[in-house]
Design a protein around this ligand. Structure first.
Ligand code: AP5
Length: 223
């Protein structure tokens, strides 16, 4: 069976994490979220976490060399040898170029780059209403995907929290950073024939089916 080596690309709030978790479970491949890895480093107050927090709290990108190192280390782990979903990486052209080199060295190729398209106003609504479980990582939205009991995780019963960078003023900055630094990656991957655009609005299970069709309608053998 060919390996499924994917990149999920899209603005903050587009649903990359939501869909990556579903696809990760369905295909038993890891979701590699640079945002989650960085937030865990911030929580643990590691030297990298202390440095990253200064960028993340304003919605700026963490320096390329930091995230490239994180991804390289993660893709060498045993569970990433039969596939992976890169969620939130690459986010700049230098990161994309580094990924191309890294995959060459590891003898892997990308299967597809799934690009999520969502209207700007909807992105803001989604982000300011997002809640996450600090214990098990489950994600919710106060209106679109609420937990059964208000403020409590369905899966583990912990109290849900709002991410520090989901305040409205930080959200606006994150969207500007996306336009300036990450949106150019669509042209980068389109020129390589890897880009698969997916409408990110609508029911979550419908988007999941569209992603499946876009990937498997175009899947080619990869190492
Ligand atoms: P990161 O954690 O990657 O955040 P992001 O890209 O801004 O993406 P989000 O997690 O906010 O959104 P998402 O697309 O995953 O949407 P989700 O599924 O949660 O990065 C955070 C920070 O870390 C960055 O700002 C930067 O500082 C740093 N960083 C990370 N990677 C980096 C890199 N490579 N380089 C440099 N710095 C880096 O959904 C959002 C909400 O919408 C949820 O509430 C969800 O329930 C809801 N929702 C999902 N789908 C739907 C739907 N179909 N309909 C209605 N609601 C929906």
């Amino acid at each position: 069976m060919s390996h499924l080596n994917l990149v999920f690309l899209g603005p903050p709030g587009a649903g990359k994490g939501t869909q990556a978790k579903l696809l990760s479970r369905r295909h038993a491949i890891p979701q590699v979220s640079t945002g989650d890895i960085l937030r865990s480093a911030v929580k643990n107050e590691s030297p990298m976490g202390l440095k990253a927090r200064e960028y993340m709290k304003t919605g700026a990108l963490v320096p390329d060399d930091v995230v490239i190192g994180i991804v390289r280390e993660r893709l060498e782990c045993p569970d990433a040898q039969t596939g992976f979903i890169l969620d939130g990486f690459p986010r700049t052209v230098p990161q994309a170029e580094a990924l191309t080199l890294m995959l060459d060295e590891l003898g892997k190729t990308l299967t597809a780059v799934v690009s999520f398209e969502v209207d700007r106003d909807e992105l803001v609504q989604r982000l300011v209403g997002r809640r996450t479980c600090p214990a098990c990582g489950a994600g919710y939205h106060v209106t679109y995907d609420p937990p059964r009991v208000d403020g409590i995780c369905n899966a583990c019963g912990s109290t849900l929290v709002q991410r520090e960078d989901d305040r409205e003023e930080t959200v606006v900055n994150r969207l500007e950073v996306y336009d300036a630094q990450t949106a150019p990656l669509k042209a980068y991957y389109s020129s390589k024939g890897l880009l698969r655009e997916v409408p990110g609005s609508g029911p979550i299970d419908q988007i999941e089916r569209i992603i499946h069709d876009r990937i498997f309608g175009s899947c080619r053998d990869t190492a």
